[in-house]
Design a protein around this ligand. Structure first.
Ligand code: IPM
Ligand code: MG
Length: 361
Protein backbone atom coordinates (compact mmCIF):
# COMPACT_ATOMS: atom_id res chain seq x y z
CA UNK A 1 0.00 0.00 0.00
CA UNK A 2 1.26 3.46 -0.86
CA UNK A 3 1.14 5.99 1.97
CA UNK A 4 -1.53 8.68 1.95
CA UNK A 5 0.34 11.93 1.48
CA UNK A 6 -0.56 15.38 2.79
CA UNK A 7 -1.75 17.95 0.29
CA UNK A 8 -0.43 20.63 -0.05
CA UNK A 9 2.94 18.97 0.31
CA UNK A 10 6.31 20.01 1.54
CA UNK A 11 8.72 18.85 -1.16
CA UNK A 12 12.49 18.66 -0.79
CA UNK A 13 14.13 18.21 -4.16
CA UNK A 14 17.76 17.33 -4.81
CA UNK A 15 18.84 18.86 -8.12
CA UNK A 16 21.59 16.96 -9.94
CA UNK A 17 22.24 18.94 -13.11
CA UNK A 18 25.37 17.05 -14.18
CA UNK A 19 27.19 17.72 -17.42
CA UNK A 20 26.82 19.12 -20.93
CA UNK A 21 23.35 20.53 -21.49
CA UNK A 22 22.35 19.23 -18.03
CA UNK A 23 22.58 22.57 -16.18
CA UNK A 24 20.59 24.43 -18.87
CA UNK A 25 17.66 22.02 -18.96
CA UNK A 26 17.79 21.58 -15.19
CA UNK A 27 17.20 25.30 -14.73
CA UNK A 28 14.02 25.09 -16.80
CA UNK A 29 12.79 21.98 -14.95
CA UNK A 30 13.28 23.74 -11.63
CA UNK A 31 11.49 26.88 -12.83
CA UNK A 32 8.50 24.85 -14.03
CA UNK A 33 8.34 22.89 -10.78
CA UNK A 34 8.49 26.12 -8.80
CA UNK A 35 5.64 27.64 -10.83
CA UNK A 36 3.39 24.61 -10.38
CA UNK A 37 4.12 24.37 -6.64
CA UNK A 38 3.31 28.04 -6.23
CA UNK A 39 0.00 27.56 -8.00
CA UNK A 40 -1.04 24.60 -5.83
CA UNK A 41 0.39 25.90 -2.54
CA UNK A 42 3.16 23.30 -2.14
CA UNK A 43 6.31 24.34 -0.30
CA UNK A 44 9.30 23.32 -2.36
CA UNK A 45 13.02 23.61 -1.70
CA UNK A 46 15.77 22.76 -4.18
CA UNK A 47 19.23 21.59 -3.11
CA UNK A 48 21.83 21.36 -5.87
CA UNK A 49 24.43 18.58 -5.75
CA UNK A 50 27.36 17.50 -7.89
CA UNK A 51 27.43 14.41 -10.10
CA UNK A 52 29.06 13.06 -13.24
CA UNK A 53 32.10 14.67 -14.88
CA UNK A 54 31.43 17.91 -13.00
CA UNK A 55 31.83 15.98 -9.74
CA UNK A 56 34.96 14.15 -10.96
CA UNK A 57 36.52 17.50 -11.82
CA UNK A 58 35.55 19.02 -8.48
CA UNK A 59 36.15 16.16 -6.02
CA UNK A 60 37.36 13.15 -8.02
CA UNK A 61 34.18 11.09 -7.55
CA UNK A 62 31.18 10.98 -9.98
CA UNK A 63 28.71 10.39 -7.11
CA UNK A 64 30.26 11.95 -4.00
CA UNK A 65 29.13 11.03 -0.47
CA UNK A 66 27.80 14.56 -0.02
CA UNK A 67 25.57 14.13 -3.08
CA UNK A 68 24.39 10.74 -1.78
CA UNK A 69 23.46 12.37 1.54
CA UNK A 70 21.56 15.21 -0.18
CA UNK A 71 19.66 12.62 -2.26
CA UNK A 72 18.83 10.52 0.78
CA UNK A 73 17.46 13.53 2.62
CA UNK A 74 15.31 14.63 -0.32
CA UNK A 75 11.81 13.48 -1.31
CA UNK A 76 12.88 13.22 -4.94
CA UNK A 77 15.84 13.80 -7.20
CA UNK A 78 15.54 15.89 -10.35
CA UNK A 79 18.37 14.59 -12.47
CA UNK A 80 19.52 15.92 -15.84
CA UNK A 81 22.40 14.20 -17.64
CA UNK A 82 25.99 13.03 -17.17
CA UNK A 83 28.79 12.32 -19.62
CA UNK A 84 31.74 14.11 -21.15
CA UNK A 85 33.73 13.22 -24.30
CA UNK A 86 37.04 13.63 -22.52
CA UNK A 87 36.26 10.36 -20.71
CA UNK A 88 34.73 8.53 -23.70
CA UNK A 89 37.96 8.80 -25.64
CA UNK A 90 40.14 7.57 -22.82
CA UNK A 91 39.74 3.81 -22.23
CA UNK A 92 42.30 3.97 -19.41
CA UNK A 93 40.32 6.53 -17.38
CA UNK A 94 39.94 5.16 -13.84
CA UNK A 95 36.67 6.93 -13.12
CA UNK A 96 33.88 7.73 -15.56
CA UNK A 97 30.85 10.00 -15.23
CA UNK A 98 28.51 7.05 -15.98
CA UNK A 99 29.76 5.29 -12.86
CA UNK A 100 28.08 8.10 -10.93
CA UNK A 101 24.73 7.16 -12.44
CA UNK A 102 25.20 3.47 -11.66
CA UNK A 103 26.33 4.28 -8.10
CA UNK A 104 23.28 6.48 -7.60
CA UNK A 105 20.91 3.72 -8.79
CA UNK A 106 22.55 1.09 -6.62
CA UNK A 107 22.98 3.16 -3.47
CA UNK A 108 19.41 4.48 -3.60
CA UNK A 109 18.06 0.98 -4.37
CA UNK A 110 16.33 2.19 -7.55
CA UNK A 111 15.47 -1.18 -9.03
CA UNK A 112 12.59 -0.06 -11.24
CA UNK A 113 13.22 2.15 -14.23
CA UNK A 114 10.02 3.39 -15.83
CA UNK A 115 10.45 4.54 -19.41
CA UNK A 116 7.29 5.60 -21.21
CA UNK A 117 7.40 5.42 -24.99
CA UNK A 118 4.88 7.92 -26.25
CA UNK A 119 4.22 9.51 -29.59
CA UNK A 120 3.39 13.17 -30.05
CA UNK A 121 1.17 13.70 -33.10
CA UNK A 122 3.14 16.74 -34.18
CA UNK A 123 6.38 14.76 -34.16
CA UNK A 124 5.55 11.36 -35.66
CA UNK A 125 6.93 12.56 -38.99
CA UNK A 126 10.35 12.58 -37.25
CA UNK A 127 10.09 8.84 -36.65
CA UNK A 128 12.33 6.58 -38.77
CA UNK A 129 9.21 4.38 -39.10
CA UNK A 130 6.29 5.02 -41.41
CA UNK A 131 3.77 7.28 -39.76
CA UNK A 132 0.89 4.79 -39.97
CA UNK A 133 2.97 2.22 -38.07
CA UNK A 134 4.05 4.43 -35.21
CA UNK A 135 1.15 6.85 -34.85
CA UNK A 136 -0.63 6.18 -31.55
CA UNK A 137 2.08 3.91 -30.14
CA UNK A 138 2.01 4.28 -26.38
CA UNK A 139 3.72 1.84 -24.07
CA UNK A 140 5.84 1.75 -20.95
CA UNK A 141 9.04 -0.20 -20.58
CA UNK A 142 9.81 -1.26 -17.03
CA UNK A 143 13.51 -2.01 -16.85
CA UNK A 144 15.12 -3.78 -13.89
CA UNK A 145 17.89 -1.39 -12.88
CA UNK A 146 20.10 -2.73 -10.10
CA UNK A 147 20.82 -6.33 -11.08
CA UNK A 148 22.04 -8.45 -13.97
CA UNK A 149 25.26 -7.96 -15.89
CA UNK A 150 25.62 -4.33 -14.87
CA UNK A 151 26.32 -5.32 -11.29
CA UNK A 152 27.25 -9.02 -11.43
CA UNK A 153 30.72 -10.40 -10.82
CA UNK A 154 33.20 -9.27 -13.48
CA UNK A 155 36.69 -10.05 -14.55
CA UNK A 156 38.68 -7.81 -16.83
CA UNK A 157 41.96 -9.42 -17.82
CA UNK A 158 44.22 -8.56 -20.74
CA UNK A 159 43.04 -11.51 -22.87
CA UNK A 160 39.99 -12.76 -21.03
CA UNK A 161 37.00 -10.99 -19.53
CA UNK A 162 33.51 -11.80 -18.37
CA UNK A 163 30.37 -10.31 -16.82
CA UNK A 164 27.85 -12.32 -14.84
CA UNK A 165 24.13 -12.04 -15.44
CA UNK A 166 22.80 -13.04 -12.04
CA UNK A 167 19.26 -12.57 -10.72
CA UNK A 168 17.59 -13.71 -7.52
CA UNK A 169 13.93 -14.67 -7.22
CA UNK A 170 13.41 -11.64 -4.97
CA UNK A 171 14.76 -9.23 -7.60
CA UNK A 172 12.54 -10.70 -10.30
CA UNK A 173 9.43 -10.77 -8.12
CA UNK A 174 9.62 -7.15 -7.03
CA UNK A 175 10.07 -5.75 -10.53
CA UNK A 176 7.22 -7.91 -11.83
CA UNK A 177 4.90 -6.52 -9.18
CA UNK A 178 5.81 -2.98 -10.28
CA UNK A 179 5.08 -3.94 -13.88
CA UNK A 180 1.70 -5.48 -13.01
CA UNK A 181 0.72 -2.37 -11.04
CA UNK A 182 1.43 -0.30 -14.15
CA UNK A 183 -0.44 -2.71 -16.39
CA UNK A 184 -3.47 -2.54 -14.09
CA UNK A 185 -3.58 1.24 -14.42
CA UNK A 186 -3.24 1.03 -18.20
CA UNK A 187 -4.60 -1.36 -20.84
CA UNK A 188 -3.97 -4.49 -18.69
CA UNK A 189 -1.51 -6.13 -21.03
CA UNK A 190 1.97 -7.13 -19.84
CA UNK A 191 4.74 -8.53 -22.02
CA UNK A 192 7.56 -10.25 -20.15
CA UNK A 193 10.71 -10.05 -22.28
CA UNK A 194 13.52 -12.57 -21.77
CA UNK A 195 15.82 -15.02 -23.53
CA UNK A 196 14.57 -18.16 -21.80
CA UNK A 197 15.47 -20.36 -24.78
CA UNK A 198 19.16 -19.76 -24.03
CA UNK A 199 19.84 -18.10 -20.67
CA UNK A 200 19.45 -19.68 -17.24
CA UNK A 201 18.76 -16.26 -15.68
CA UNK A 202 15.93 -15.77 -18.17
CA UNK A 203 14.43 -19.15 -17.29
CA UNK A 204 14.25 -17.98 -13.67
CA UNK A 205 12.53 -14.78 -14.86
CA UNK A 206 9.99 -16.77 -16.84
CA UNK A 207 9.29 -19.28 -14.08
CA UNK A 208 8.77 -16.52 -11.52
CA UNK A 209 6.67 -14.51 -13.98
CA UNK A 210 4.38 -17.47 -14.60
CA UNK A 211 3.80 -17.78 -10.86
CA UNK A 212 3.20 -14.07 -10.30
CA UNK A 213 0.85 -13.88 -13.31
CA UNK A 214 -1.65 -15.99 -11.35
CA UNK A 215 -1.98 -13.14 -8.85
CA UNK A 216 -3.07 -10.79 -11.64
CA UNK A 217 -5.78 -12.66 -13.56
CA UNK A 218 -7.19 -9.32 -14.77
CA UNK A 219 -3.98 -8.64 -16.73
CA UNK A 220 -3.18 -10.46 -19.95
CA UNK A 221 0.43 -11.68 -19.74
CA UNK A 222 2.50 -12.76 -22.65
CA UNK A 223 6.11 -13.88 -22.89
CA UNK A 224 8.44 -12.84 -25.66
CA UNK A 225 12.10 -13.48 -26.45
CA UNK A 226 14.14 -10.31 -26.53
CA UNK A 227 15.19 -10.68 -30.18
CA UNK A 228 11.58 -11.08 -31.16
CA UNK A 229 10.58 -8.10 -29.00
CA UNK A 230 13.18 -5.91 -30.72
CA UNK A 231 11.63 -6.86 -34.05
CA UNK A 232 8.02 -6.50 -32.91
CA UNK A 233 8.75 -3.01 -31.60
CA UNK A 234 9.46 -1.75 -35.07
CA UNK A 235 6.92 -3.92 -36.89
CA UNK A 236 4.00 -3.23 -34.60
CA UNK A 237 4.83 -0.85 -31.74
CA UNK A 238 1.14 -0.48 -30.90
CA UNK A 239 1.12 -4.13 -29.79
CA UNK A 240 2.77 -3.18 -26.50
CA UNK A 241 1.18 -1.74 -23.39
CA UNK A 242 3.59 -2.53 -20.55
CA UNK A 243 6.83 -4.42 -21.11
CA UNK A 244 9.09 -5.70 -18.33
CA UNK A 245 12.63 -6.92 -18.70
CA UNK A 246 16.07 -7.28 -17.15
CA UNK A 247 18.67 -4.52 -16.94
CA UNK A 248 20.72 -5.09 -20.12
CA UNK A 249 17.78 -5.98 -22.39
CA UNK A 250 15.96 -2.94 -21.01
CA UNK A 251 18.89 -0.66 -21.76
CA UNK A 252 18.86 -1.72 -25.40
CA UNK A 253 15.10 -1.88 -25.92
CA UNK A 254 14.46 1.52 -24.34
CA UNK A 255 16.86 3.22 -26.76
CA UNK A 256 15.02 1.52 -29.60
CA UNK A 257 11.69 2.52 -28.10
CA UNK A 258 12.59 6.14 -27.58
CA UNK A 259 13.80 6.64 -31.12
CA UNK A 260 10.92 4.96 -32.96
CA UNK A 261 8.52 7.61 -31.70
CA UNK A 262 10.56 10.44 -33.18
CA UNK A 263 10.43 12.20 -29.84
CA UNK A 264 13.59 11.11 -28.06
CA UNK A 265 14.21 14.68 -26.87
CA UNK A 266 10.81 14.70 -25.24
CA UNK A 267 10.78 11.50 -23.21
CA UNK A 268 11.14 11.55 -19.42
CA UNK A 269 11.76 8.60 -17.10
CA UNK A 270 11.56 7.64 -13.46
CA UNK A 271 13.69 5.35 -11.37
CA UNK A 272 12.01 4.11 -8.23
CA UNK A 273 12.53 1.47 -5.58
CA UNK A 274 13.70 1.55 -2.00
CA UNK A 275 15.25 5.02 -1.65
CA UNK A 276 14.57 8.49 -3.01
CA UNK A 277 13.09 8.29 -6.53
CA UNK A 278 14.91 9.93 -9.43
CA UNK A 279 13.27 11.70 -12.38
CA UNK A 280 15.30 12.39 -15.50
CA UNK A 281 15.15 12.80 -19.27
CA UNK A 282 15.95 9.75 -21.37
CA UNK A 283 18.46 11.63 -23.51
CA UNK A 284 22.11 12.21 -22.64
CA UNK A 285 24.33 15.21 -21.95
CA UNK A 286 24.84 16.33 -25.59
CA UNK A 287 28.19 18.02 -24.84
CA UNK A 288 28.41 19.63 -28.30
CA UNK A 289 25.37 21.78 -27.48
CA UNK A 290 26.57 22.87 -24.06
CA UNK A 291 26.00 26.57 -23.45
CA UNK A 292 24.37 27.16 -26.83
CA UNK A 293 20.81 27.52 -25.51
CA UNK A 294 19.49 25.08 -28.15
CA UNK A 295 18.77 21.94 -26.10
CA UNK A 296 15.14 20.92 -25.78
CA UNK A 297 14.05 21.24 -22.13
CA UNK A 298 10.80 19.28 -22.63
CA UNK A 299 12.04 15.85 -21.51
CA UNK A 300 13.31 17.46 -18.31
CA UNK A 301 10.07 19.36 -17.85
CA UNK A 302 8.03 16.19 -18.42
CA UNK A 303 10.22 14.52 -15.77
CA UNK A 304 8.72 17.06 -13.40
CA UNK A 305 5.25 15.83 -14.48
CA UNK A 306 6.30 12.26 -13.64
CA UNK A 307 7.61 13.47 -10.30
CA UNK A 308 4.25 15.02 -9.38
CA UNK A 309 2.40 11.92 -10.56
CA UNK A 310 4.63 9.72 -8.40
CA UNK A 311 3.37 11.67 -5.38
CA UNK A 312 -0.23 11.22 -6.59
CA UNK A 313 -0.40 14.91 -7.54
CA UNK A 314 -2.30 14.19 -10.74
CA UNK A 315 -3.59 17.73 -11.36
CA UNK A 316 -0.08 19.14 -11.02
CA UNK A 317 1.28 16.55 -13.45
CA UNK A 318 -1.50 17.29 -15.89
CA UNK A 319 -0.84 21.02 -15.73
CA UNK A 320 2.78 20.40 -16.75
CA UNK A 321 1.72 18.10 -19.60
CA UNK A 322 -0.93 20.59 -20.79
CA UNK A 323 1.66 23.38 -20.76
CA UNK A 324 4.10 21.29 -22.80
CA UNK A 325 1.40 20.43 -25.33
CA UNK A 326 0.40 24.09 -25.53
CA UNK A 327 4.00 25.09 -26.30
CA UNK A 328 4.17 22.50 -29.08
CA UNK A 329 0.82 23.64 -30.50
CA UNK A 330 1.98 27.26 -30.39
CA UNK A 331 5.16 26.24 -32.24
CA UNK A 332 7.28 27.48 -29.37
CA UNK A 333 9.91 24.87 -30.10
CA UNK A 334 13.65 24.35 -29.98
CA UNK A 335 15.38 24.15 -33.40
CA UNK A 336 15.38 20.35 -33.82
CA UNK A 337 11.59 20.10 -33.70
CA UNK A 338 10.61 23.43 -35.20
CA UNK A 339 8.45 23.20 -38.30
CA UNK A 340 9.92 24.55 -41.49
CA UNK A 341 9.99 28.33 -41.58
CA UNK A 342 8.89 28.60 -37.92
CA UNK A 343 10.71 30.73 -35.39
CA UNK A 344 13.36 28.87 -33.42
CA UNK A 345 13.22 29.23 -29.66
CA UNK A 346 16.06 28.67 -27.21
CA UNK A 347 16.11 26.40 -24.15
CA UNK A 348 15.43 29.39 -21.89
CA UNK A 349 12.69 30.84 -24.07
CA UNK A 350 10.77 27.54 -24.24
CA UNK A 351 11.11 27.19 -20.47
CA UNK A 352 9.92 30.73 -19.77
CA UNK A 353 6.99 30.37 -22.16
CA UNK A 354 5.87 27.26 -20.29
CA UNK A 355 6.31 28.88 -16.88
CA UNK A 356 4.22 31.81 -18.08
CA UNK A 357 1.50 29.54 -19.43
CA UNK A 358 1.34 27.75 -16.08
CA UNK A 359 1.11 31.01 -14.16
CA UNK A 360 -1.76 32.17 -16.33
CA UNK A 361 -3.63 28.85 -16.49
C1 IPM B 1 20.80 4.51 -19.66
C2 IPM B 1 22.24 4.73 -20.05
C3 IPM B 1 23.11 4.19 -18.94
C4 IPM B 1 22.85 2.69 -18.84
C5 IPM B 1 24.60 4.47 -19.12
C6 IPM B 1 24.88 5.94 -19.30
C7 IPM B 1 25.43 3.90 -17.99
O1 IPM B 1 22.52 4.15 -21.27
O2 IPM B 1 20.37 5.07 -18.63
O3 IPM B 1 20.10 3.81 -20.39
O4 IPM B 1 23.45 1.89 -19.56
O5 IPM B 1 22.02 2.31 -18.02
MG1 MG C 1 20.82 3.29 -22.21
Amino acid sequence: MRPVRPNPMNLKIAVLAGDGIGPEISEQGVAVMQAVCQKFGHEVTFTPALCGAAAIDAVGDPFPEETFRICQEADAVLFSAVGDPKFDNDPTAKVRPEQGLLAMRKKLGLFANIRPVETFDCLVHKSPLRQELVSGADFVCIRELTGGMYFGEKKEGADYAYDTNAYSRHEVERILHVAYQYARRRRKHLTVVDKANVLASSRLWRKVAQEIAEQYPDVQTDYMYVDNAAMRMIQEPRFFDVMVTENTFGDILTDEGSCITGSMGLLPSASTGEGTPVFEPIHGSWPQAKGLNIANPLAQILSVAMLFEYFDLAAEGKLVRDAVNASLDANVRTPEIQVEGGEKYGTKEVGSWIVNWIQQA
